[in-house]
Design a protein around this ligand. Structure first.
Ligand SMILES: Nc1ncnc2c1ncn2[C@@H]1O[C@H](COP(=O)(O)OP(=O)(O)OP(=O)(O)O)[C@@H](O)[C@H]1O
Ligand SMILES: [Mg+2]
Length: 323
């Protein structure tokens, strides 16, 4: 199998559908398009993990195999990292003991919160600052954990999807280094659109710093430049009887103007079925409650996934290898 396409779902704003989107695209890729998928939960809130399985099953898995936090500690201690050991195969259970096949998970852990705070910090280089090799090397090492961990399994999957926490701290920067490109999910309202521009500005700044560090260190690092924007998925869109609410439509058009070609033409509407499906640890199309079925009938995430496949089949090489 050729190398997986690795895509992060990012927004430093909270509650904008990152996890719901990662989960449903992952499930749709596996179930409707027969792709082999690895979901990676790097958010200490564990939300993607708990969409896949109940907390008790996660705890049992953790006791036997560990979580992303286990990998991170191995890496921080400079011991061998064993990514396959923490991969949970087919965690999503359906009716009659069936599972979603072709879909695996690296679960997260609330313990990552402390770990992340421990390692990030003073070694961040600024392009104009007098740099030392030690500082630059530490800066890059802190950010290539996930790229190195995923390199061990990238030939086992078609797609690896990383669900990021609502921030741009160290672990999210790791996701940017590890990915071919990133998707932003956002609600098309005033504050979220402002946030989108701020997010792009922050990522440009992270790119400048990491590129400067890599130029300073030379080829020996062999790290790629960070991911490029691959798409924008709008979520929780509201409708009137005449179509999308004009204020929402305006914000969607604004993002299309400022980032041409990035917007996905399918989006999700605000429907209680998505909330309710979360409690059942299944995608909406596998739930039996009327509200979830109403959401499933719209096939919103199937359409988003179709666009995802068209886009990332052709555009997965966005990230350029650093010379
Ligand atoms: N289309 C939708 N309609 C209604 N509710 C939704 C929709 N999409 C997601 N939700 C709900 O909104 C809440 C936030 O969604 P989600 O957890 O996916 O966002 P997030 O960006 O990952 O949040 P965080 O920043 O905390 O990680 C969840 O309760 C989820 O079930
Ligand atoms: Mg989330």
């Amino acid at each position: 199998m050729p190398k997986a396409k690795i895509i992060s779902v990012i927004n430093y704003k909270g509650g904008v559908g990152k996890t719901t989107t990662t989960y449903h695209i992952g499930c749709s890729l596996a179930q409707h398009y027969h792709k082999k998928v690895l979901l990676v939960d790097i958010d200490p809130q564990n939300n993607l993990t708990f969409l896949c399985a109940k907390a008790q099953r996660w705890d049992e898995f953790k006791q036997q195999h560990g979580t992303l936090a286990t990998l991170y500690r191995q890496y921080a201690a400079q011991s061998a990292v064993s990514t396959r050991r923490v991969i949970w195969e087919n965690p999503i259970e359906l009716d009659k003991g069936k599972r979603i096949t072709n879909l695996d998970l690296i679960p997260s852990d609330v313990e990552l919160l402390g770990d992340e705070l421990g390692l990030d910090g003073s070694s961040a280089p600024f392009p104009n600052q007098q740099a030392s090799a030690w500082k630059m090397s530490a800066y890059l090492r802190e950010r290539r954990f996930l790229a190195e961990a995923l390199r061990q399994v990238e030939n086992d999957y078609d797609y690896i999807l990383i669900d990021c926490p609502p921030n741009l701290y160290l672990m999210t920067q790791n996701a940017l280094f590890a990915s071919d490109c990133y998707i932003v999910t956002t609600v098309p309202d005033y504050l979220s659109t402002l946030g989108f521009d701020i997010l792009q500005g922050c990522i440009i700044e992270i790119r400048k710093r990491s590129d400067a560090a890599q130029v300073f260190m030379g080829k020996s690092y062999g790290l790629n430049s960070i991911a490029e924007l691959g798409g924008v998925v709008f979520v929780k869109v509201r409708h009137s009887p005449h179509g999308i609410l004009p204020s929402f439509k305006q914000k969607m058009d604004d993002i299309e103007k400022s980032h041409p070609g990035k917007r996905f033409n399918s989006y999700t509407t605000e429907l209680i079925g998505y909330n309710l499906a979360a409690e059942q640890h299944r995608p909406v199309w596998e739930c039996h409650t009327p509200a979830a079925q109403a959401a499933a009938a719209r096939e919103e995430y199937q359409n988003i996934t179709r666009i995802f496949l068209e886009r990332f089949h052709f555009h997965a090489q966005l990230k350029k290898a650093h010379a």
